[in-house]
Design a protein around this ligand. Structure first.
Ligand code: PAF
Length: 287
């Protein structure tokens, strides 16, 4: 497995692979890898001749009061995990290598970046769209894999790729969960044991929503059921519960009859957890 710390090194490697007619899959990450990331890597491994994983804690997607400084990092462990998955190259640039001095261009998808998580974290999705564009331009992959766990990020990247005619395919991988249902996240290690236990309210509320949605309930009833389940976790500071159109993230009203995505953002102490599930009606209503 090659370790590339500069854009030039990665470009040379990819150029040689492409000359040999090989396909390239990209898995962008911020490191501190867990099974969730490895699921993305395995999907890329199945589909491409060559797999690149990027590890870069991107400062432009963190707000001034967010956890950039304390974001967990473990480069040696990450490399060992990726080597075991048969990854061909890891791109580990420094902040200087990625942004240098004097950069003045950003990529923005304002409609999708300004709602939901984006309204809670101003500038976050502009940072994501910009760094992902840079990674696509440096690695020039045939496809890139993103997790459904970050559903708004996935939707926004798909829109950006469509709007800017970026020549690659975006693949989605389902959320990977712990045995007890908690969605895997690098932030989980920072939960206290009590908060870790209470955090199961997120997946429980999504199970409840999935069950209820099968009958085409009113939006307000679906929301109420989710809030009631989250209320069973006394430390949960519920930042948002949103039920949106699963494809466009547009607002819904009345009965939920189109596939919808339930998006949760809940804070436990200093740790913000997000989770999501696509839910759909399975019964046909009488005319
Ligand atoms: O999902 C993430 O880990 C990050 O937002 C990404 C896509 C690697 C961009 O920094």
């Amino acid at each position: 497995m090659k370790i590339c710390r500069t854009r030039a090194e990665l470009r040379t490697l990819v150029r040689d692979w492409k000359r040999a007619g090989e396909t390239v899959g990209l898995v962008p990450t911020m490191g501190y890898l867990h099974e969730g990331h490895l699921g993305l890597v395995r999907l890329a491994r199945q589909k491409a001749d060559r797999v690149i994983t990027t590890i870069f804690v991107n400062p432009t997607q963190f707000g001034p009061n967010e956890d950039l400084g304390t974001y967990p990092r473990d480069e040696a462990r990450d490399q060992a995990l990726l080597e075991a998955e048969g990854v061909d190259a890891v791109f580990l640039p420094s902040v200087e290598e990625m942004y240098g001095a004097g950069g003045d261009t950003f990529v923005d998808v304002p409609g999708l970046a300004g709602i939901l998580q984006g309204a809670l974290r101003p500038g976050h999705f502009r940072g994501v769209a910009t760094v992902v564009t840079k990674l696509f331009n440096i690695a020039t992959p045939d496809f890139a894999v993103f997790g459904e766990k970050d559903y708004q990020q996935l939707t926004l990247i798909r829109q950006m790729v469509r709007d800017l005619d970026m020549p690659l395919e975006i693949l989605a991988h389902p959320t990977v969960r712990e045995a007890d249902g908690l969605a895997m996240s690098s932030r989980n290690v920072r939960l206290t044991p009590e908060h870790r236990q209470e955090a199961l309210a997120l997946s429980r509320s999504l199970d409840r929503a999935e069950e209820l949605a099968k009958t085409g309930p009113l939006l307000a009833d679906l929301e109420a059921a989710i809030w009631a389940e989250l209320a069973t976790a006394p430390s949960a500071d519920v930042k948002s519960v949103d039920i949106r159109d699963a494809e466009t993230l547009a607002e819904l009203s009345g009965p939920v009859i189109r596939p919808a995505v339930v998006l949760l953002a809940v804070r436990f102490g200093a740790v913000l957890l997000i989770d999501q599930r696509v839910v759909a009606q399975t019964t046909v209503q009488d005319a």
